[in-house]
Every structure is written in structure tokens, then in C-alpha cells.
Design a binder for this molecule. Structure first.
Ligand SMILES: NC(=O)c1ccc[n+]([C@@H]2O[C@H](COP(=O)([O-])OP(=O)(O)OC[C@H]3O[C@@H](n4cnc5c(N)ncnc54)[C@H](OP(=O)(O)O)[C@@H]3O)[C@@H](O)[C@H]2O)c1
Length: 275
């Protein structure tokens, strides 16, 4: 049986679906199972990462697990997993661990990776870059006037579709040969923020306007929802991408046998969120 934590999240939801399609027995965790909206055929159990007894129940009988790291709760999970004799752990980390300007975004994920290494459990690290799903935050502005307000219009990333992260996770969970490997995962193309807005507009059949925010304006908006130290790291990191071309990783194709989804494909699949 495979345990999927963070199963209601952007990535975890797809991990659950892919494992079910592969015929696996899946247990998924959520703090609110009744609202999880997970498919039939998956065992959904209530688990909060801060509660050791929840983790014991979640890990009982699990031979592999996908771990969405919850801040401050990773070592607790690993202790219970090691005692339960988990056979393989796939950690959702971040490409930021490999980047010079990533600040706390890199150091936090590096700490998670270190904790996993120290746990003695067999592991695989997935290090995705920016998620395409991040652009769902543009939905309110697009619905109300067709405007996207964001900083760093010329910052380039190679954003990845969360389905491709899940597909990579599925291979790492199901196939031999992934223990001790760290995989850098990106989408198929380097795109600036302004280019993503243009593609989104083409897919939606709408003329979208991009208004560039200054880093100060963006910071003011972002700290309403995100700790200031994280906001500052994000702004410093994305600022460092201005005028560059983002590196595209071959790993999704190597692991899954399929090219990663394009941004246009992601936008078409998620179009209703912007309408
Ligand atoms: N966004 C990016 O561009 C990016 C890039 C690289 C890496 N990452 C990494 O990706 C991760 C986020 O993945 P995601 O977008 O799939 O997640 P998400 O959509 O933000 O979902 C968070 C998940 O965590 C669960 N959760 C939150 N607190 C919990 C707790 N105390 N106990 C148990 N479960 C808890 C939630 O489940 P319930 O609410 O159902 O309990 C939910 O399923 C982060 O670690 C981030 O560092 C993100």
C-alpha cells in the first residue's frame, strides 16, 4: 500500500489518480477527509502532520510514501515512518535547493532533504521548479477586467505542470532504481511572465493586459498571505531570473517516457478557473 500525504494539494491529487490508474492500493491523508473530494477506490484518512498518533495510523501497513513536507513537521513524520519500516519515501522538494539566490526557499527544502537523508529511509527527491498552478492566482484579475498584475515581466522560468511532477513521483514510487536519486524537474520551455500572460490570453480567446508591479508593490500585496521572509526570498529569486533564459530539464521525459505538458496545454485544461 502506498501512502500519499498532501493528497488534496496541486501535486498530491494527481499522484493519487495516477497510482489508482496503475492499479495500486492507495491511502491518502487530509485534515478534512469529508471535503477532500478524492476519487472512489482510495482510502482517505484524517491526518494532521503535527499529531503522531495520526501519523502512526497513516503509516501502518504502508510500504512506500509520497511526502508533501509540512513546515516544522517533517522530522516527526520521518521518525514514525522509520519505526513503521517504510520501504521508500518520495519527497516533494524544490529546484530552489540548487539555486544561488533562493534564500529561505532553498534552505528550507535543503533542511527537509537533509532530514530525510538522516532518517535512514530509502529516498527519492523531486525538485520541481515553479508550478504552472501558481498562475491560478491571476484568476480574479483576469475575471474582473482581463488584467494580470505581477512583478518582473521579463523574469524567465520553465514552469512545470503539476501532472508531470505527479507522473515523475509515480515512476519513483513504482519502479526500481530511484533510491538515492534527486531529480530536477521543469516544464518544456523557458517563458517570461509576460509570455505566459500572452499564451493564457490566446488560449482563453481574450486580450489580457499585463501590468508590471514594482517589487515594493508586489511585496505589499504578498505579505498579506505569506511570511515576509518567504516573500523577500521569492522576490529576490524571481528578480534574479530577469533577462535570463531558464534551463529546461530532460528528466520528466526520461522518467515518464512523455514530454512534459506545455503551458498552453495547462492553460486549456484549467481555462474554466479563469472564466
Ligand atoms: N509552487 C511552486 O512553484 C513550488 C515549486 C517548487 C516546490 N514547491 C513545493 O511544493 C509544495 C506544495 O505542493 P502543492 O502545491 O501540491 O501543495 P498545496 O496545493 O499547497 O497543498 C498543501 C497540502 O498540504 C496539506 N497540509 C497542509 N497542512 C497540513 C498539516 N498540518 N497536516 C497534514 N497535511 C497538511 C493539505 O491537505 P489538507 O488541507 O487536505 O489537510 C494539502 O493537501 C511545497 O512544499 C513547496 O515548497 C512549490
Amino acid at each position: 500500500m502506498i501512502l500519499v500525504t498532501g493528497a488534496t494539494g496541486n501535486v498530491g491529487r494527481h499522484v493519487v489518480n495516477l497510482l489508482l490508474q496503475a492499479g495500486e492500493q492507495v491511502r491518502a491523508t487530509s485534515r478534512n477527509p469529508e471535503r477532500a473530494g478524492l476519487p472512489e477506490g482510495v482510502e482517505v484518512i484524517r491526518a494532521d502532520m503535527s499529531q503522531p498518533e495520526d501519523l502512526q495510523a497513516a503509516l501502518q501497513g504502508a510500504d512506500r510514501a509520497f511526502l508533501l513536507p509540512v513546515a516544522g513537521q517533517v522530522r516527526g513524520f520521518l521518525d514514525v515512518a522509520a519505526k513503521a519500516g517504510l520501504g521508500h519515501l518520495v519527497l516533494l522538494s524544490a529546484l530552489a535547493v540548487t539555486m544561488e539566490h533562493a534564500g529561505v526557499l532553498g534552505s528550507v527544502n535543503a533542511e527537509y532533504e537533509q532530514a530525510v537523508t538522516e532518517s535512514g529511509l530509502p529516498w527519492t527527491f523531486l525538485r520541481p521548479g515553479a508550478f504552472m498552478a501558481n498562475d491560478l492566482r491571476w484568476a480574479p484579475g483576469i475575471k474582473n477586467g482581463g488584467v494580470v498584475r505581477a512583478p518582473f515581466g521579463e523574469a524567465a522560468t520553465a514552469p512545470i505542470d503539476e501532472r508531470d511532477i505527479a507522473a515523475a513521483a509515480t515512476r519513483a514510487l513504482l519502479d526500481d532504481g530511484h533510491a538515492g536519486k534527486a531529480y530536477e524537474l521543469t516544464g518544456p520551455e523557458s517563458l517570461t511572465t509576460a509570455e505566459r500572460v500572452r499564451i493564457l490570453g490566446e488560449v482563453l480567446g481574450r486580450d489580457l493586459r499585463f501590468e508590471e508591479l514594482s517589487p515594493e508593490q508586489a511585496r505589499e500585496q504578498m505579505i498579506a498571505q505569506t511570511p515576509a521572509v518567504v516573500v523577500d526570498s521569492m522576490l529576490a529569486l524571481f528578480g534574479s531570473f530577469v533577462g535570463k533564459t531558464a534551463e529546461v530539464s530532460p528528466v520528466v521525459r526520461e522518467l515518464t517516457g512523455s514530454a512534459p505538458h506545455t503551458y498552453a496545454d495547462w492553460a486549456a485544461r484549467n481555462a474554466t478557473a479563469f472564466r
